[in-house]
Design a protein around this ligand. Structure first.
Ligand code: DGY
Length: 435
């Protein structure tokens, strides 16, 4: 254990993290943070569940169950559920126009028309492990819905083996340099006039640019015009990028879903097929030129050339692959706090602009747990220590500068609090003594 953990007075921070989860609780679901994100987000919620599991196991399961109340008939689990309207956010349900979307079926929860990194099975499995006795029946009830979600991921996004996104918001890493080429290929003509709300809550320097936003909204209109028909979107959209975040989180989740299947006595054949295909897809994302896994533009066949924090989720996905270890060490050596969402030596690096440089606690959680599982204990320990220091020194911010830890984005952030409770706090039951 690194020194940093000996010096931390954990109790007040543990209490504050619990307070944040309760503060952001809207009754059965948790908003990422008041104001900036006033609805239920898919992967934020899965992490909220992980955080609740540290002190309220029933509430942890409830978070995941509420998320699945918004699942479409075709299995898709939307990236935002608009449980109640909030004019402080744009684009709201009227912009997404999913009421008559193909595949939505009888689901009555208003939602967006895209998904998000499919971490939910992996984190549901972790919640189960936190209290198997309380979790078995909940996991069993959820299991068919989980399977139907991953079946949708494989059928609708995994045409290249790797999992693709149809919108940058789907990757969760909205403005990562990974999509720069694909975004430049969009001419955002015909975007209806709109007012951004995010920059009313947070400094514009920490958010995507206006050029990004025009294209985000153009892509929403593109999907809406096709009634969110996946086949039409896959065939016609100029934006289709195979993404390491989606691929590695899907692969990790498929492995954990398989563990759940074994526990519950379910057949594992279909999941085994997914694992094989995802492993083949992950291999396609290896970019030898940068020594890391990379985003692949399926329209041009070009790699992005982006050494991002998503590149290092490969170990969490269960890949026994040391090829990017030198790259990780180089990236970490240049950063005071790791893992930066973009390599500091890249021309696109920007220490405070969202996914173009800042450190994110959830990415650290996934990456470092994967490293620990694969025996990279020194790297895992540094990342856990950095995450703890960022929170101790700067609070539960949405993200942090890798150069000096400056807190950025929203404050009192749900998933930062959750990662503290589940892993970064010295009192956390990480499930492993080695990190
Ligand atoms: C936002 O509004 O910034 C979100 O990231 C979209 O999901």
């Amino acid at each position: 254990m690194t020194d940093v953990f000996d010096t931390i007075d954990a109790a007040p921070l543990d209490r504050e993290a619990e307070r944040i989860l309760r503060l952001n609780d809207r009754g059965g679901y948790t908003v990422p943070t008041e104001g900036l994100y006033p609805y239920q987000w898919n992967w934020d919620s899965a992490f909220a569940g992980l955080g609740f599991a540290a002190f309220d196991i029933d509430r942890a399961w409830q978070e995941i169950e509420t998320l699945f109340n918004g699942q479409w008939d075709n299995g898709m689990l939307p990236h935002i559920l608009f449980h109640r309207s909030d004019p402080g956010y744009f684009p709201g349900p009227e912009v997404w126009g999913t009421e008559d979307a193909l595949g939505r079926g009888a689901c009555t929860v208003p939602s967006s028309g895209i998904s998000q990194p499919p971490v939910v099975a992996a984190l549901a499995w972790r919640i189960y492990q936190a209290d198997p006795e309380a979790g078995r029946a909940r996991l069993a009830a959820l299991y068919p819905r989980l399977v139907s979600y991953y079946r949708w991921v494989m059928a609708s996004r995994a045409e290249s083996g790797a999992v693709a996104i149809s919108h940058p918001w789907e990757a969760g890493r909205d403005n990562a340099p990974d999509w720069d080429e694909a975004m430049a290929g969009i001419d955002p003509v015909g975007v209806a006039p709109y007012t951004r709300r995010d920059t009313g809550h947070v400094d514009a320097r920490m958010r995507p640019t206006q050029a990004d936003y025009d294209r985000y909204i153009w892509l929403v209109q593109f999907g809406r015009d096709r009634r969110w028909d996946e086949t039409a979107i896959a065939a016609e959209s100029p934006f289709r990028v195979a993404d390491p975040t989606m691929t590695f989180t899907a692969l990790r989740s498929a492995r954990d879903l398989r563990r759940a299947a074994e526990l519950l006595g379910e057949d594992t054949g279909e999941i085994d097929g997914w694992i094989t295909r995802l492993e083949e897809g992950a291999a396609r994302l290896w970019n030898a030129e940068i020594g890391a896994y990379d985003a692949l533009n399926l329209r041009t066949g070009n790699f992005a050339g982006s050494v991002s924090n998503a590149s290092f989720l490969c170990w969490w996905a269960g890949l026994e692959d040391r090829r990017s270890l030198d790259t990780l060490r180089r990236v970490m050596a240049a950063a005071r706090f790791g893992i930066p969402s973009q390599d500091l030596s890249a021309t696109s690096f920007d220490p405070l602009r969202y996914w173009r440089g800042p450190v994110w606690a959830i990415m650290n959680y996934m990456a470092a747990n994967g490293m620990a599982e694969q025996g990279l204990t020194e790297e895992a320990a540094r990342i856990r220590g950095d995450t703890a220091r960022l929170i101790v020194e700067n609070g539960f911010a949405e993200y942090f500068s890798p150069e000096d830890g400056t807190p950025a984005g929203g404050a009192t952030f749900t998933w930062t609090a959750a990662v503290w409770l589940a892993w970064a706090s010295p009192t956390a039951d990480t499930g492993r003594g080695d990190i």
